[in-house]
Design a binder for this molecule. Structure first.
Ligand SMILES: [Ca+2]
Ligand SMILES: [Ca+2]
Ligand SMILES: [Ca+2]
Length: 251
């Protein structure tokens, strides 16, 4: 049996997963949940869902390879193991195309405690009341970034799954904030007025402004907050709000 002693050695071996599966299986606590609603099915979009595929593995070895994946598909007949980039759902399968032997397992801890998986990213909503810059720095400390919302679907998922409900505005009353826009996201126009960028300097392409925003009120609103209804508002960066950090599950 190979013994892994150093961090760098660990990574070198991890790159060739098929060698190391047995060891990872022995050394890690796995937390997977079998999803029987998709028994004997493969996703219709095929390999775009997989980070990699391994052959002739046991179920436990397949699980051992899924350290940074959202789950795995395992074929109990052939021993084929597909590691998944993302959670699979009803729309990913065609129930008339049966492939005997496939079992779906979802990883329960790929993002770690307090984080939530959406596609290939992990998110956490932090109730810490910080300025925009403090929030940005706190996300960076945990290997993440202040959330970067690139699509309408991501915006909708965040609204539905991370934000406090719009019907419970108590926590944001008194902040002169007519739609409870009290969660920082990673967009700002601090570098150049009216040119909104994410914290990695990429320009903000998808936008979901409230119709009256961004208004740069008093010439002093350069940071973007997310309202409970999912719309955006520019705010003074020195106000303290809760915030959302995002990171890639693959680190
Ligand atoms: Ca994102
Ligand atoms: Ca501004
Ligand atoms: Ca504003």
């Amino acid at each position: 049996m190979i013994v892994i002693r150093t961090y760098s050695e660990y990574f070198a071996v991890f790159m060739s997963c098929f060698l190391v599966c047995d060891i990872m299986t022995l050394n890690r606590n796995f937390d997977f949940e079998k999803d029987d609603t998709f028994k004997d099915l493969l996703p219709i979009t095929g390999s775009v869902n997989y980070t990699e595929t391994q052959l002739n593995l046991t179920r436990i070895e397949c699980a051992g390879c899924c350290e940074y994946c959202a789950g795995f598909l395992y074929n109990r007949v052939t021993g084929t193991c597909h590691l998944l980039k993302t959670r699979l759902g009803e729309r990913d399968f065609n129930r008339t195309r049966v492939d005997i032997g496939w079992e779906l397992y979802n990883s329960l801890n790929v993002c770690g405690q307090g984080w939530h998986l959406y596609k290939t990213h992990c998110y956490t909503y932090l109730e810490l009341n910080k300025t925009w810059t403090e929030a940005k720095d706190i996300c960076a400390c945990s290997g993440a970034y202040l959330v970067q919302i690139e699509t309408r679907e991501e915006n909708e998922w965040i609204k539905e799954n991370l934000l406090p409900a719009l019907e419970e505005p108590e926590s944001c009353l008194g902040k002169s904030n007519y739609f409870c826009c009290d969660t920082w996201i990673g967009a700002s126009d601090q570098v150049k007025e009216e040119v909104f960028q994410w914290t990695n300097k990429e320009n903000v392409e998808f936008k979901n402004w409230n119709p009256a925003e961004p208004n740069d009120y008093n010439g002093n609103e350069d940071c973007v907050s997310l309202c409970r209804d999912g719309q955006w508002n520019d705010f003074s960066c020195n106000i303290t709000f809760n915030f959302i950090c995002e990171r890639n599950i693959f680190g």
